[in-house]
Design a protein around this ligand. Structure first.
Ligand code: AMP
Ligand code: ZN
Length: 114
C-alpha cells in the first residue's frame, strides 16, 4: 500500500535491517525501544488494523506467534519472560496503521500496562 511505513520498509523503499525475513512475515528492531529487547513482527500483507483480519488470514497471523517464539529464544528472553502486544486503534496506542506485534522482553514487566 502506498504511503505505508511498514509496506515501504518491507519493499526496501525505507532502509531498515530486517532481523527476520520470512515468506509472509518480517521483523525489525523498534526505533524507540521500550525494553532491552523490542522487536516488531509484521505481516507483509497490509492490514490497517487487527479488525481487518479475516478467517482466511488465521494461518498467517498464527505464524507470527511462531516467529515470536523463535526470536524470543534467539534473544534469550524465552525463559525470563516476554510480552507480545498488538495495539488496535488510536485509543489503544496504535500509531502505525499496518498491523504489527511488539515483542518485548529483557526486563520485569508490570500489569496492567499503561
Ligand atoms: P504502535 O504504536 O503500536 O502502532 O507501534 C508502532 C511502533 O513503531 C512504535 O513502537 C514505534 O517506535 C515504531 N516505529 C515507528 N517508526 C519506525 C521505524 N521507522 N522503524 C522501526 N520502528 C518504528
Ligand atoms: Zn502497509
Amino acid at each position: 500500500m502506498e504511503d505505508c511505513l511498514f509496506c515501504k520498509i518491507n519493499q526496501g523503499d525505507i532502509p531498515s535491517e530486517k532481523v527476520y525475513d520470512g515468506e509472509d512475515v518480517f521483523a525489525i528492531e523498534d526505533i524507540n525501544p521500550q525494553a532491552p529487547v523490542h522487536l516488531l513482527i509484521i505481516p507483509k500483507k497490509h492490514f490497517s488494523t487487527l479488525l481487518e483480519i479475516e478467517e482466511s488470514d488465521f494461518q498467517l497471523i498464527g505464524s507470527i506467534f511462531g516467529v515470536a517464539n523463535q526470536l524470543a529464544a534467539e534473544r534469550k528472553i524465552d525463559q525470563s519472560g516476554f510480552r507480545v502486544v498488538g495495539n488496535c486503534g488510536a485509543g489503544a496506542g496504535q500509531s502505525v496503521f499496518h498491523i504489527h506485534y511488539h515483542l518485548l522482553g529483557g526486563r520485569a514487566m508490570k500489569w496492567p500496562p499503561g
